[in-house]
Ligand binder design. Structure first.
Ligand SMILES: [Zn+2]
Ligand SMILES: [Zn+2]
Length: 295
């Protein structure tokens, strides 16, 4: 069984919702109802932005998420086993320094002194840039010595090519695809990725766009096949945007809109203006609610 819980559903600059990061949880044995009776058998965090630590701190007090809390009411970071990074914007990576330092100092093995290390998954280009341009400043020195990314995480480097573009959580396959988010000179030259999640046994799948401009031709096949879709959306139109606008998303075929949740939206999401256009979709993705993807 696989579930998805958004830590937040906000845009990069939203203040009423946390950053659009999400937690996938896997259970060997499916459970019924709204609240699982035991912790998941594996966990995958997709992105961990600047608001990530506060979002996890809130989530740990919600029913069924108690395993994310330590006995002293802090975030139990070792409960997060895997982290996938879609791209390098701060709303997707800004919480990693706290996770790395907490796992290294608070959750180190008391006998061996070794840190707890989550598995950090992304493409090789993102992992290299993540360290060199974002994390190195705060993490390259531990008391009395230098440190590298692999001192804090087990690293799994993917390549966006068939056969090398996927990883698994339990039996579920997570396949990455490039997204058209920010250009340097041309499409895809600044790396960013989305996820296509498959339950191969049952022939079910879910589409998670990651941060992207509207690019229906690129996602059409995956969205068609998927049982549920989660798509980037900003609520305003903009020339040369780096996100899909609500109006662009409205141009999706009806059968796709009906199974699509929109996320990564701004703080004015309660404005009555959106009621009519949003009735064409499955709705706004909601924060800190478990969506059951596959039983
Ligand atoms: Zn973002
Ligand atoms: Zn972004």
């Amino acid at each position: 069984m696989l579930t998805l819980t958004f830590l937040g559903v906000g845009s990069a600059f939203a203040k009423r919702n946390y950053n659009s990061n999400c937690l996938f949880e896997f259970w060997e044995k499916p459970w019924q109802g709204d609240v699982p009776t035991k912790p998941p058998d594996d966990t995958l965090l997709v992105d961990f932005g600047v608001t990530g630590p506060m979002a996890l701190y809130d989530l740990k007090d919600k029913p069924g998420f108690e395993y994310l809390s330590t006995p002293w009411k802090a975030i139990n970071y070792p409960a997060i086993r895997k982290v996938f990074i879609t791209h390098q914007h701060a709303d997707h990576i800004g919480g990693l320094e706290e996770m790395a330092l907490t796992n290294t100092f608070v959750f180190k093995d008391s006998k061996t002194g070794k840190p707890f290390k989550a598995e950090l998954i992304s493409t090789i280009n993102i992992l290299v840039n993540l360290w060199d341009h974002s994390l190195k400043g705060g993490l390259n020195t531990i008391q009395n010595r230098y440190a590298l990314l692999q001192d804090y995480f087990f690293i799994r480097a993917l390549i966006c090519q068939p056969g090398k573009n996927q990883f698994h959580v339990g039996p579920y396959q997570f396949e990455i695809f490039p997204t058209d988010h920010v250009h340097i000179e041309r499409k895809y030259d600044w790396p960013s990725y989305g996820l296509y999640v498959c339950d191969q046994q049952r022939g079910q799948s879910a589409f998670f766009s990651g941060d992207t401009r509207f690019d229906y031709p690129a996602y059409m096949q995956m969205m068609d096949k998927a049982d549920v879709c989660f798509h980037d959306c900003q609520l305003f139109d903009q020339t040369d945007a780096v996100h899909a606008s609500l109006n662009e998303c409205l141009s999706l075929p009806e059968q796709l809109r009906k199974k699509t949740y929109l996320y990564h939206y701004g703080d004015n999401f309660e404005d009555k203006t959106w009621e009519k256009p949003m009735s064409n979709f499955k709705g706004f993705a909601r924060p800190q609610i478990r969506y059951k993807l596959f039983q």
